[in-house]
Design a protein around this ligand. Structure first.
Ligand code: KG4
Ligand code: ZN
Length: 339
């Protein structure tokens, strides 16, 4: 089954053709990131405008690169939640019109389910059940993936997402948006023990995260240094900060894997590209005899291939929509309802 999938929830306008949820026939991404950098973050209006300008072009390219015609496509899929509402609406309306005009089923996909499904494209043997740490610019979740379409949230962030926390700390050190990538690179040359940043504690659920206290601690350190004219070694700051974020992500994930008896652990989302997170999770899973799956770096960030992968399983589960489909800026991964 060949699915033409679209992703437009943030600043990437993407289209892809994916076969049977596992094989990428084409994947095209146009990004407004360079333009967004001028403003230090994503300006929703700019993202929506670029999506509207680019979406038909990326659709044509995805079909051409896969060497398939619209007639050979079996279904149209689209990210319909969560994300920036104006940005989502461009993809949803385009996919709705295309599905209607070409008389194909329309399959809405939850963005975070898509991030998890990126792993199916790279690891043909991976099947639920497994425990997944989903870490992106907007979300940080520990999710039990019971089947391809059944999810349970075990832990979540109470404030900032991990990616947001990386980006804000990086911004305070003058790195361009999204700073998570640059911070990760600089951290490789620093000493992770140089600064003793706090380990924010969350009352209530032992699997929940809180990153805002850590972010504030870094910003305070930078401001204090500026006030007294002290020069900080940013490599050490980045390494110490990254170490703490990764420690919190790994500790809670492994605790949940122990408690709920998961032998397979999966990483997903933009932050799963983080070098220290990948190293630490690899070591922890090796020590505890667990299997670890991570998306290749090319599939960690937003793309439409991951949406096509998840769409296949949503379609098999009967989760298609009609032309009344609307986009939703927020929607929990475990309570997906389209209307
Ligand atoms: O999943 P994603 O592409 O978009 C959302 O759905 O949010 O995630 C983007 C986030 C950004 O916050 C970015 O800084 C972060 O992922 N990110 C990283 C790294 N690469 C991307 N954070 C830390 N280390 C990285 N290597
Ligand atoms: Zn994403």
């Amino acid at each position: 089954m060949k699915i033409l999938a679209f992703e437009s929830s943030c600043d990437e306008t993407a289209a892809a053709v994916v076969e049977d949820g596992r094989s990428v026939l084409s994947s095209v991404i146009a990004s407004s990131l360079e333009e967004q950098r001028l403003y230090g973050g994503v300006v929703p209006e700019i993202a929506s405008r670029r999506h509207a300008e680019w979406i038909s072009g990326v659709a044509e390219q995805a079909l051409a690169q896969a060497s398939v015609t619209m007639q050979e496509i079996d279904a149209v899929a689209v990210t319909a939640a969560p994300g920036l509402i104006g940005a989502l609406l461009v993809g949803v309306n385009y996919a709705k019109s295309l599905a209607f005009a070409a008389d194909k089923p329309l399959v809405p996909v939850h963005h975070l389910r898509g991030h998890i499904a990126a792993n199916y494209l790279a690891h043909q043997d991976l099947q639920p059940p497994f425990l997944c740490l989903v870490v992106s610019g907007g979300h940080s979740h520990i999710v039990a993936v019971d089947s391809y379409t059944d999810f349970r949230v075990i832990g979540r962030t109470r404030d900032d997402a991990a990616g947001e926390c990386f980006d804000k700390a990086a911004r305070a050190m003058g790195m361009p948006y999204p700073g998570g990538v640059a911070l990760d690179k600089i951290a490789e040359t620093g000493n992770p023990k140089a600064y003793n940043f706090p380990r924010p504690h969350v009352d209530g659920s032992e699997y929940d995260f809180s990153f805002s206290g850590l972010k504030t601690a870094v910003i305070n350190l930078l401001h204090r240094a500026e006030q007294v004219g002290e020069t900080l070694d940013y490599a050490d700051v980045c390494a110490s900060f990254r170490d703490r974020v990764v420690e919190m992500l790994c500790t809670n994930t492994m605790k949940a894997a122990d408690e709920f008896g998961y032998r397979t652990v999966v990483l997903a989302g933009g932050v799963s590209a983080n070098a220290e997170l990948r190293r630490r999770m690899t070591a922890l899973c090796e020590q505890s005899g667990r299997k670890l799956y991570m998306p290749p770096l090319s599939l960690c960030g937003d793309n439409a291939a991951m949406i096509g992968a998840q769409a296949y399983y949503e379609y098999l589960a009967g989760n298609a929509a009609d032309s009344s489909l609307n986009a939703a800026p927020t929607m929990p991964i475990d309570k997906v309802v389209w209307g």
